[in-house]
Design a protein around this ligand. Structure first.
Ligand code: PLP
Length: 388
């Protein structure tokens, strides 16, 4: 709860920049403003900061520093990985495998490739949102050059079997990309152990600043660059580096990684408590997996009412929640993720996501738990599809 009494429970959409990151960034907005590409000594501090941030981030995911490319965030990293791999390997084949529950940064990129003559397989998931590695293996053809499967889903919190998928892809010599934007900083990721060739991450999903992220590309992977220019990032992603943002990202990730185990335990307990309270409301059910799930995400459906109405009334009670995906705000279509989980349209319309994070407290959970039942009751009384 902040000083105005507002409860923020939408950490899967974005997070508050942590104080450690803000403090680490400040000097690079101030006197340390040199361009790291300049050779004079005035630029040595930002140049070193860039190298340190790269080394810090690489170590946390068990990569090498030269395998990390700084980007503007998750969306750019996903575009770079998918388009770059598809274009660079097009002579070998034009088939790509992904899933039905990816973020739009992946799905819309795949759609673009389809328009450009590629074939894309969108794997289904089970009712918990899990991809079946055997089904993925069966979908591979001699034309397949890239598999892209998210590490954890942003709407329902389900964690995917990416180590198993990585193993299959490595054996079949197919590039494996994972959109790990919801996973990095929250659950352990080891790109070597998991046989990951490319990984997307974004700072603002782990209490770093918005507008900065990174893409890991394993050495030797054939991936074409998207952005031409001054040759920064070893000519893989041009543009003067966002030093303050990159330093903030590395600082936030270090903190998150150092405290990962205790924070996951704390958040899982809060999540389970909140979920338990919500499920006491009649005709509600949990969405996603109860075993393979992110520590901070509570995803439920409430029969007879609309998710949007719940979000609006929660907002009137100073609670920030979501129906699932920030990106589909304004659209009346039910979430593609919930539909892929096999949910009927009318049930999917009643979805609610509450995502907890570093600044969530017991008090926040209690406020949500005491506010939501009244809101549901009120909306159901007005609902034409609910039998009171
Ligand atoms: C937020 C998110 C993105 C997009 O990241 P941006 O940094 O906002 O561009 C991509 N994938 C997933 C799974 C996300 O949750």
């Amino acid at each position: 709860m902040d000083k105005n009494g507002y409860v923020y429970a939408d950490n899967a959409a974005t997070t508050r920049v942590c104080d450690e990151a803000v403090a680490a960034m400040m000097p690079y907005f101030g006197e340390l403003y040199g361009n790291p590409s300049s050779i004079y000594s005035f630029a040595s501090a930002p140049r070193e900061a860039l190298a340190n941030a790269r080394a810090t981030i690489a170590k946390i995911i068990n990569a090498e520093p030269d395998e990390i490319i700084f980007t503007s965030g998750g969306t750019e990293s996903d575009n770079h990985a998918i388009l770059g791999a598809a274009y660079e390997n097009a002579a070998r084949g034009k088939h790509i495998i992904t899933t039905q529950i990816e973020h739009h940064a992946v799905l819309h990129t795949a759609k673009r490739l389809e328009k450009e003559g590629f074939t894309v397989t969108y794997l289904p998931v089970d009712s918990e949102g899990r991809v079946d590695p055997a089904a993925l293996e069966a979908a591979i053809t001699p034309e397949t050059t890239l598999v892209t499967v998210m590490a954890a889903n942003n709407e329902v919190g389900t964690i995917e079997p990416i180590a198993e998928i990585g193993k299959i892809c490595r054996e079949r010599k197919i590039l494996f990309h994972t959109d790990a934007v919801q996973a990095v900083g929250h659950i352990e990721i080891d790109v070597k152990a998991m046989n990951i060739d490319m990984l997307s991450a974004s700072a603002h999903k782990f209490n770093g600043p918005r507008g900065v992220g990174f893409l890991y590309i394993r050495r030797g992977s054939k991936v074409r660059r998207l952005i031409e220019g001054g040759g920064q990032e070893r000519n893989r992603r041009s543009g003067t580096e966002n030093i303050a943002g990159i330093v903030g990202m590395a600082t936030a990730l270090s903190y998150a990684h150092e405290h990962m185990a205790e924070e996951a335990a704390r958040l899982s307990a809060l999540r389970d408590k909140l979920m338990g309270e919500i499920l006491k409301i009649p005709a509600t059910s949990a969405t996603g997996s109860l075993t393979h799930r992110l520590p901070g995400i509570v995803s439920v459906t409430v029969e007879g009412i609309e998710g949007e109405s719940m979000v609006l009334l929660l907002d009137l009670n100073k609670i920030a929640a979501s129906t699932g995906s920030a990106c589909s705000t304004g659209s009346l279509d039910p979430s593609h993720v919930l539909i892929a989980l096999g949910m009927k349209h009318e049930v999917a319309h009643g979805s609610l996501r509450l995502s907890l994070g570093r600044y969530s407290t017991e008090e926040d959970v209690e406020k949500i738990a005491s506010t939501l039942p009244g809101i549901v009751e009120r909306l159901r009384m007005m609902s034409p599809v609910w039998n009171n």
